[in-house]
Design a binder for this molecule. Structure first.
Ligand SMILES: Cc1ncc(C[n+]2csc(CCOP(=O)(O)OP(=O)(O)O)c2C)c(N)n1
Ligand code: SF4
Ligand SMILES: [Mg+2]
Length: 291
């Protein structure tokens, strides 16, 4: 959609080879353009924000704490409103740990107050920057350094929580469907209130797969029904990528070292759950999220 738009993130960053967080960040900036202020917390996204006087962003960028990306975004937006600069985009760009766990209070508060800002959670399903610790977004069964036998709990449904709060726009995205992500960013930037996009960003370092497989992994998550693509605007659901025939879950799992410890019966149970959930999901098209 916006391949010819100017790049607003410098090259030569020290993210890992094939990092899909960087792919998503670059796409986000192609859509939002130079009239944008970015806030990142401590995380792999801070690799873009940089240290001292050097930054990879070619727009104003701010490094917050892990707890308060959304509070910074809300404050910056309020300042822009007071000074009459309302056309500037304000975007929080945070990882899953900084979103579903440590930054949740600030996010929930900013959404409740209705500030106009875009919040992107790039979800690599663990605290990667500090050494692959489990987060609330890590899926059940996944190995991390703090779940050496596989995580016992399931993934937190943050989109459901924000929609329950009445957020006007929320969507999922995947680094393997960049056009879909870009359309959602464009929509989010037009919302007169808070908007939230949760992008699955496979991480070869933490998920234990070859870096060359990043896009394959991002697409397989969607094609197996593990990560459905949809948006909810003003409480109405729109499925943005329908999968006619789901690929077997095992195609997604077998490429990742973090699921090596899963037993066959656990994989079968997960597969069955996906089938049930995906049928219910397809039935949601055009309907209210909160029935
Ligand atoms: C309150 C607080 N706790 C812990 C840390 C240490 N810390 C820095 S980055 C990070 C990982 C963040 O994980 P996530 O938000 O998922 O982003 P990722 O590293 O995966 O990109 C942690 C735990 C911190 N900076 N602040
Ligand atoms: S650890 Fe993962 S998210 Fe972080 S820079 Fe490397 S590939 Fe990207
Ligand atoms: Mg993370």
């Amino acid at each position: 959609m916006t391949r010819s738009a100017p790049q607003l993130i410098h090259h030569g960053l020290t993210t890992c080879e094939g990092c899909s967080m960087e792919i998503i960040a670059r796409a986000m900036m192609r859509v939002l353009g130079p009239r944008t202020i970015v806030i990142t917390p401590p995380s792999c996204s801070a690799i873009i924000t940089g240290y001292g006087r050097e930054t990879g962003w070619m727009v104003p960028a701010w490094q917050s704490n892990l707890e308060n990306v959304a509070a910074y975004a809300a404050g910056i937006r309020t300042g822009l409103e007071v000074t009459g600069q309302e056309e500037i985009n304000v975007v929080g760009f945070a990882g899953d740990g900084g979103t579903v766990d440590i930054g949740l209070q600030a996010l929930s508060g900013a959404v409740e107050r209705g500030h106009r800002f875009i919040y992107i959670c790039y979800d690599n399903e663990a605290y990667m920057n500090t050494g692959i610790q489990r987060s609330g977004a890590t899926p059940k069964g996944a190995w991390t350094t703090t779940t050496p036998e596989g995580k016992r709990e399931g993934k937190k449904n943050i989109i459901g929580m924000l929609l329950a709060q009445g957020i006007p726009y929320a969507a999922t995205a995947s680094a393997g469907f960049v056009d879909d992500f870009e359309r959602k960013i464009a929509k989010a930037s037009k919302i007169d209130g808070p908007s939230y996009i949760h992008a699955l960003t496979p991480c070869s370092t933490g998920w234990r797969f070859p870096a060359s497989q990043t896009i394959t992994m991002s697409r397989l998550a969607v094609e197996t029904g593990v990560w459905p693509l949809f948006e909810v605007k003003d409480n109405i659901v729109h499925i943005t990528h329908k999968v006619k025939e789901l690929k077997p879950l095992v195609e997604y799992l077998k490429l990742q070292g973090r699921f090596r410890g899963l037993h066959e019966d656990e994989i079968n149970a997960w597969q069955e759950q996906i089938k049930v959930n995906y049928t219910a999901f397809l039935d949601k098209e055009g309907k209210s999220w909160l029935c």
